[in-house]
Design a protein around this ligand. Structure first.
Ligand code: PMP
Length: 357
């Protein structure tokens, strides 16, 4: 009835909504610091632009090429408009890449601890995952990745900064890696969190002009504060781009989403302010964790992953939840991931951790 690879998936369990969780735990307030959303909201220009939209055109299909958003992004990054493809969030693009590239029996390499969607969609297409161990400091090791390459390898997923560790690989290291890799292997560099990296120039997007086996992923869900609108994009060259476009669903971006993303993209000041605050707050988090003696990975993202060294992580997770803060548990035994929130929330969470330790 359904394919074998789908039969083996975990049954779908709806995630409780924030209001359900609040009710369940008798909380007046619950702040979600588990999904790496933008704690600083959305640019006011987004609301202005959406207010001006004519709902009278709701009966018409959107522009399937998202020309307005496409030309803004292409100009900003100095890339060809034809090297861009949009998706209903990056999730859709990850699925699309797997649909287009993978066949049963293929191999895919991803970091041993990384974003789970790569594995999910690769396995649905019948590919085998080869997890590359992270180094001791939680960084992706391209040497470990290289050792796993075989003539069946089709995709290498590199999440940069990596979710959940937050660790970053420098662009020059990725370039050397690409120079030494067979060109039939597609390297996907997921830069969902790249805006939060300290130097701001860690992107390998420009290399897509040079390597036609490189795909760079970006999303509007993080620094741009538009997670609800589901807009992500990939940058790559021909011939892969042509195949992705041929397989993509025709109207995967609503006009509403395109208008919101275009307005958010134009307001680079909002992004810069968000990033500056996140970086400052991240430093305070690192300082706090150092003082209190909890191990953590070096993060270049809007979250930090730390080890709970007393009792177990479930206890601290529950303590935070009872006090109105939802963090991410269950990614690695004994570790929690917390999104960098507003300064007052960060202080409150830190005080709870300090009290608990
Ligand atoms: N890539 C990474 C590394 C992510 O963490 C996420 C979302 N948490 C995504 C992709 C998916 O992002 P989107 O909201 O654009 O689907």
């Amino acid at each position: 009835m359904v394919k074998e690879t789908v039969k083996h998936l975990n049954p779908y369990v709806p995630e409780p909504t924030l209001s359900e969780l609040k009710k369940q735990h008798g909380l007046a307030k619950l702040v979600r610091l588990s999904a790496n959303e933008n704690a600083f909201g959305t640019s006011p220009e987004v609301t202005d632009a959406l207010d001006k939209w004519h709902f009278a055109s709701a009966n018409l299909y959107p522009d399937s090429n998202a020309e307005q958003l496409r030309s803004n992004i292409a100009t900003h990054f100095n890339i060809s408009p034809d090297s861009l493809i949009f998706g209903n969030g990056l999730d859709e693009i990850i699925e699309l890449l797997c649909r287009v590239i993978l066949e049963p029996g293929d191999e895919v390499i991803d970091p041993a601890l990384t974003f789970s969607e790569y594995r999910l969609h690769s396995e649905i297409e019948g590919a085998t995952i080869k997890p590359a161990p992270l180094d001791k400091a939680g960084f992706i090791s391209l040497a470990a990745v290289s050792r796993l390459v075989t003539d069946r390898t089709k995709i290498i997923w590199l999440c940069n900064p990596n979710n959940p560790t937050g660790t970053l690989i420098e662009p020059a290291v990725i370039e050397t890696f690409l120079n030494n890799l067979p060109t039939e292997i597609t390297v996907v560099v997921d830069e969902a969190y790249i805006d939060f990296s300290e130097n701001g120039h860690a992107s390998v997007m420009a290399l897509t002009k040079q390597f036609n086996n490189l795909v760079v992923l970006r999303t509007f869900s993080k620094a741009y504060g538009l997670a609800n609108f589901r807009v992500g994009f990939a940058v790559c060259s021909e011939p892969l781009m042509g195949y992705l476009q041929a397989v993509r669903l025709p109207y995967n971006l609503s006009t509403f989403a395109e208008i919101a993303a275009t307005a958010a993209f134009r307001d680079q000041t909002f992004v810069e302010q968000t990033v500056e605050t996140v970086i400052n707050e991240r430093k305070k988090w690192e300082h706090f964790l150092m003082e209190i003696g909890l191990p953590f990975y070096d993060s270049a993202a809007n979250f930090i992953f730390f080890q709970v060294n007393r009792g177990n992580a479930d206890d601290l997770y529950n303590e935070l939840l009872q006090n109105g803060y939802l963090v991410r548990n269950g990614l690695k035994p004994g570790w929690l991931r917390v999104t960098i929130g507003k300064p007052a929330d960060n202080l409150a969470v830190q005080a709870l951790i300090a009290g608990w330790c």
